[in-house]
Design a protein around this ligand. Structure first.
Ligand code: A3P
Length: 320
């Protein structure tokens, strides 16, 4: 007789086969699952997470659409919530990649989760997790508990170029290359892991308007423009503000420097090795420029994506 896990795996396999599918960016296919495009390798993780995650009020979830500044926000948030715990000269971010310190739930919930569940119950508080899962598909325990979500979004033009460059670097050699034209057509149809990107942003945006104490909605470009202000804002939102003494001792600036693109990109721990199963860490740090898309977009691409974004975000109050 099949065990519960085998039975569940069989049910998931049957479900995957029945889902609409399209060509993927880094995997052969993306599947339309719960209204978003999901790589088959992540469906089980999302399922397990939805069924088994027991959120605690003190949990912090870093949510984002891929390539929107997740690595940076994970680093900043880890440093902020632990600012009384770790001295900066001997900080975990100097020896671990942010994705190791703040794991993606859709990755850690893949496979056998028995050990994971007991590990999660013994983790230091606040527990920090990352996710690219759209808001409607988060587990009920996240929605019903008092845990906090910090969401980062970014100009979709830059997100597209960042995604295309990144996925070109990490795509298995067995898959054909994806030209910028092909990728752009897929992106405009919303076909990209965890996409459509506009649905992703709107889901968290609307929820942040309804529950501003639960979801802090940040823009990558704003965070770049005035990192000091937003670091303090994140600290206050998460209930761990800096004291006057900490501020006057330069702690906020030190955290910003520790997490800066130049500093992180050049750390040995981020230059070599892999994270998340197969991703070479060096590819997480590309240019971090605002507006790099102008070097890639043709006038017709600008027109097409501008119209889509305008149409999708119209009336939402969300803009770039
Ligand atoms: P570019 O590809 O435009 O350079 P994510 O972390 O969600 O995958 O987002 C990746 C983008 O964030 C990349 O943008 C990457 O270079 C940029 N990035 C990575 N670390 C950063 C940091 N510490 N500060 C600012 N941007 C960073």
């Amino acid at each position: 007789m099949a065990s519960r896990d085998e039975k569940q795996a069989n049910e998931e396999d049957k479900l995957i086969v029945s889902l609409p599918k399209e060509r993927g960016w880094v995997s052969p296919y993306l599947y339309l699952f719960q209204g978003f495009w999901c790589p088959s390798t992540h469906i089980q993780g999302v399922f397990n997470f939805q069924k088994n995650f027991d959120a605690k009020d003190s949990d912090v979830i870093i949510a984002s659409f891929p390539k929107s500044g997740t690595t940076w926000l994970k680093a900043l948030t880890f440093a902020i919530v632990n600012h009384k715990r770790f001295p900066l000269e001997n900080h975990p971010l100097l020896t671990s990649n942010p994705h190791q310190l703040v794991p993606f739930v859709e990755l850690i919930f893949r496979g056998d989760i028995h050990e994971l569940i007991s590990h999660l119950s013994t983790m230091n508080k606040p527990r920090l997790f990352g996710t690219h899962i759209p808001f409607p598909s988060l587990p009920m325990s996240i929605k019903e508990s008092n845990c906090k979500i910090v969401y980062i979004y970014r100009n979709p033009f830059d997100t597209f170029i960042s995604s295309w460059s990144f996925f070109n670097n990490i795509r298995p050699k067995s898959l054909p290359t994806l030209t910028i034209e092909e990728a752009f057509e897929m992106y405009c149809k919303g076909i990209i892991g965890f996409g459509p990107s506009w649905d992703h942003m709107l889901g968290y945006w609307k929820e942040s308007l309804a529950t501003p104490n639960k979801i802090l909605f940040l823009k990558y470009e704003d965070l770049r423009e005035d990192t000091n202000f937003h670091v303090k804002r994140i600290a206050e939102f998460l209930g761990c503000p800096f004291t006057e003494e900490e501020e006057s001792s330069g702690m906020v600036e030190n955290i910003i420097n520790l997490c800066s693109f130049e500093k992180m990109k050049n750390l040995e721990v981020n230059k070599f090795g892999i994270v998340g199963g197969s991703i070479e860490k060096k590819y997480l740090f590309r240019k971090a420029e605002i507006g790099d898309w102008v070097n890639y977009f043709s006038p017709s691409m600008v027109e097409k994506l501008s119209k889509i974004i305008e149409n999708k975000l119209s009336g939402s109050g969300l803009s770039f």
